[in-house]
Design a protein around this ligand. Structure first.
Ligand code: F6P
Length: 547
């Protein structure tokens, strides 16, 4: 037994899950007219209704006790106060300092980091403003029209997701492009539509060693230099990184570099200089509103009692389903189209953080940890994989997310969208029982034999758990709160599972092997020692490459 599974609070959670695995939520609502109100709360421009879960007061009490017993409150304080909770990398975890107001004090290694955060933010703002208002000129004197962010993982997913989500706030005269993959098809396609004289590249890489990013950046640089010469680089390339030396080596002037710090994890970095594409797209006022929204959620998370704390509630419900009821995945269903990259963003946030099987104390876990996060905009998903949610054999908890205000959508569209949004959570919970199906089929005039044959296929068991998140609007402030809420949810789950949510050693092995295989594919290294399958495949690829 690990320290976690030996806890009485863990056992209480499992007992509650056992007791409620087959609870009839419909009856729970009938018995308790206050259930929806009691299991709802509002914070930071969002209403969370978590009443459609297999819970009761005792189960929730067990979950909050588990959070307490695993030290969520202490770890939360440790994170906010800059302790090195990322122990395997010996780093603090201070993305919350990136959205702290100017007058706040956040100490790291005996120094208040907030002035440095705001100094970079002000510099970024000034630069973004000069690009947005056309003062910043390209090599032939024209203003910038296109911005290409070259980055991957946290240096792509966050900025891309937010730029898409806040399209309504975006400057019309600037086009944003995101290049992440080392499939050169992507860069080639983006560049094909661009004029080097009016294109600005942001090379975004925390480490500035990431192969995909540097390969794309080198190719983009060559494309620019071919048109504008070496001198053009200073007008068309900026870097965002923590690695000044590598930025200089690459050939970008440090004057064109915006820094951040190693206490900002890549997947937690959209609030830092990595957010430059967002700032360019939506401008200073809206970017600061995004930060303020995240800060408001930080305050909520830091101060609200566990039972009234949105990230804690969502996190503990997640633990309950993963460990108490065997859920292997968690679905994110945003109904607003601009949130179409939110599931992809949350995949990295959650799975790179909590996809671990070794505890911070070095022991292997003897329980499940981070679930598979997946999703697409919900309305499309209804016509694709919701069948499996309604009648499949897996238990899949879902977060339904929609904005109440949607000014660019007509009232007609918005009403239909929200009707579907609400209907799905109702259908998933209420299902449709055999008696109702029988009555419907009989009303259609089917005979007994036909009813008997069809009936089992038309029954919906229901009782499927969902969280409903209604945002006041899809504005920068609310979006900031939403994203920060998920960051904190992931944090709480990491604490409960005892893993370090802030390292990502699991991605390293593939990178190492790729370097070795790359040399073999080029024919510059002798055949390495591989398993028979990999050796054969390398030979096959080499013959296609002609090396
Ligand atoms: O390979 C995973 C990863 O290290 C992520 O954690 C990170 O967000 C991404 O690569 C990009 O890293 P960088 O910003 O250093 O290029």
């Amino acid at each position: 037994m690990t320290a976690l599974t030996a806890l009485p609070a863990w056992q209480d959670m499992l007992t509650a899950a056992d007791r409620l695995a087959d609870v009839d939520m419909r009856q729970a609502f009938q018995h308790d007219p206050e259930r929806a109100a009691r299991y709802s709360l509002s914070a930071c421009g969002m209403l969370l209704d978590y009443s459609k879960n297999r819970i009761d007061d005792a189960a929730l009490a067990a979950l909050f006790e588990l959070a307490r017993a695993t030290g969520v409150e202490e770890q939360r304080a440790a994170m906010f106060s800059g302790q090195r909770i990322n122990a395997t990398e010996d780093r603090a975890v201070l993305h919350t300092a990136l959205r702290a107001p100017r007058e706040a004090v956040v100490e790291h290694a005996g120094e208040n980091v907030v002035p440095a955060v705001h100094a970079v933010l002000d510099r970024l703002s000034g630069f973004a403003q000069s690009v947005r208002n056309g003062e910043w000129r390209g090599f032939d004197g024209h203003a910038i029209t296109d911005i290409v962010n070259i980055g991957i993982g946290g240096s792509d997913l966050g900025p891309f997701m937010v730029c898409e989500a806040l399209k309504d706030y975006t400057a019309q005269h600037l086009r944003l492009h995101f290049v992440s993959t080392v499939d050169g098809w992507q860069l080639a396609n983006v560049l094909a539509g661009l004029n080097p004289a009016t294109t600005l590249f942001i090379v975004a890489s925390k480490t500035f060693t990431t192969q995909e990013t540097l390969t794309n950046a080198r190719a983009a640089r060559a494309w620019l230099v071919a048109a504008g010469g070496e001198d053009a680089v200073a007008r068309h390339f900026v870097a965002v990184s923590t690695n000044t030396e590598a930025v200089c080596q690459f050939g970008i002037d440090p004057a064109n570099m915006f820094g951040f710090w190693n206490w900002v994890g890549g997947r937690y970095s959209l609030w830092s200089a990595i957010g430059l594409p967002i700032l360019l797209a939506i401008g200073d006022i809206h970017f600061r509103a995004l930060l303020d929204g995240a800060h408001a959620m930080d305050r909520h998370f830091a101060t609200a009692p566990l039972h009234g704390n949105m990230p804690v509630i969502l996190a503990m419900l997640g633990v309950y389903y993963v460990n108490g009821m065997g859920a292997a995945s968690h679905l994110i269903s945003p109904y607003n189209q601009p949130l179409h990259r939110l599931p992809a963003y949350l995949q990295q946030l959650d799975m790179e953080s909590n996809g671990k099987t070794v505890r911070l104390d070095g022991d292997a876990v003897d329980y499940q940890t981070g679930p598979i996060i997946w999703g697409e905009p919900g309305i499309n998903a209804q016509h694709a994989y919701y069948q499996l949610l309604h009648q499949g054999s897996q238990l899949i908890p879902v977060d339904f997310i929609a904005a109440l205000s949607n000014p660019r959508s007509s009232a007609e569209h918005q009403t239909i969208l929200l009707a579907n949004f609400l209907a799905q959570t109702e259908a998933l919970m209420c299902g449709k029982d055999a008696a109702t199906v029988r009555a419907e089929l009989s009303a259609q005039g089917l005979d007994e034999a036909a009813i008997a044959a069809l009936l089992p296929h038309k029954v919906f068991a229901g009782n499927r758990p969902t969280n409903t998140l209604l945002l006041d609007g899809l504005d920068p402030h609310t979006l900031g709160g939403l994203v920060a809420m998920y960051e904190h949810k992931v944090f709480v789950q990491g604490v409960v599972w005892g893993v370090n949510s802030y390292d990502q050693w699991g991605v390293e092995l593939g990178k190492q092997l790729a370097r070795a295989i790359e040399a073999e594919l080029r024919g510059t290294a002798p055949a390495g020692r591989h398993d028979a399958s990999t050796s054969r495949l390398i030979a096959h690829v080499r013959s296609a490459l002609g090396t």
